[in-house]
Design a protein around this ligand. Sequence first.
Ligand code: KG4
Ligand code: ZN
Length: 366
Amino acid sequence: MRILAFETSCDETAAAVVEKRKGEEFVRVFSDVVASSSDMHVTTGGIVPEVAAREQVRSIIPVIEEALRESRITNRELGAIAVTVGPGLIGSLLVGVETAKTLALVWDKPLIPVNHLIAHLYANWVGGSEKLKVKNEKLQLKTQNYPTFPAIGMVVSGGHTDIVLMKSHTEIEWLGGTRDDAAGECFDKCARILGLPYPGGPAVAEVAAKFKIKNSKLKIKLPRPLIDQDTLDLSFSGLKTALARMRNEPFDNAQGKQKIMSNELTSAMAYEVQEAITDVLVVKVMLAVRRFKPKSVLLGGGVAANERLREKLEARVMNHKSSIKLHISPPKLCTDNAVSIGAWAAFHPTPASILSVRPNPSLAVV
Ligand code: KG4
Ligand code: ZN
């Protein structure tokens, strides 16, 4: 089955053509096009929903055209259309959903509504297209070694942080999640406190990489909320507040010395923000592993692109006594994209009645 998938839940407008063949446990990618309005949100330090929605309207048709052109598949050859219905910003979601409904009606195709959050984990079932090039960046796609069940999945995105138990493609249980801010939101808010641009995750990671902990006298310590508690709940709002308080403390008032100090201080703080967030995420995944003894661990969502998180989780999973496979997709498929949306649809090809499909901004992961 060949699927044309759309993703418009936030500030990315994405379309992709994917295919799942009978007997294959993965999805092949024919095209993957993403346009982002994130540059327009840099000055405001966060997404302005109205601006994001307007950019969705501007980008959706060219992005779909490019995805079809790149795939060399005509609309006649498509088996279905898939679209993110939530969660997300209502204005942005509406653009994708209404476009998908219109095309499904005009081209007479089944329409598959997709939950954006669980779809993030399906980036781990993508493979088989070694030729795929996206803006000169070659996607390192695998051709074997896909997740097996039971699996523990962690979705770490800008608006959500959830841990789920996947017993199969259809039996998915929510185990825990954040009580307040999401991991990505924490990166974004901490970046703002530190005067770094939006999106905060990559900005914090870049500045953190400049901090030489061994050579520095600065000892910054932020809290790791709920880390020692026997719960799969997470909490990040205290971390952000602690950073805000710390940032306002007068570390060094001496003129001249201030700038040098402040650069080092910023990178020291960014380093500690990244350490604190990733420590908590890794501990909670490993707690779920001990409780549910899965065969695989899956990571998905924008924060899964974080190198430090990938590195720490790899080390912990490798040292675990039973053999567990860790699956984290290439960074390009961690942040919002339509390939993951198409991948979920390919494994759940049940269409909905077209006119009944509506956006749901507050959809939960399961
Ligand atoms: O999944 P995603 O692209 O969009 C949502 O569904 O929210 O996630 C976006 C989030 C943002 O908060 C962004 O700061 C974070 O993912 N992010 C990162 C990295 N790349 C994106 N966080 C940490 N390190 C990164 N390299
Ligand atoms: Zn997302």
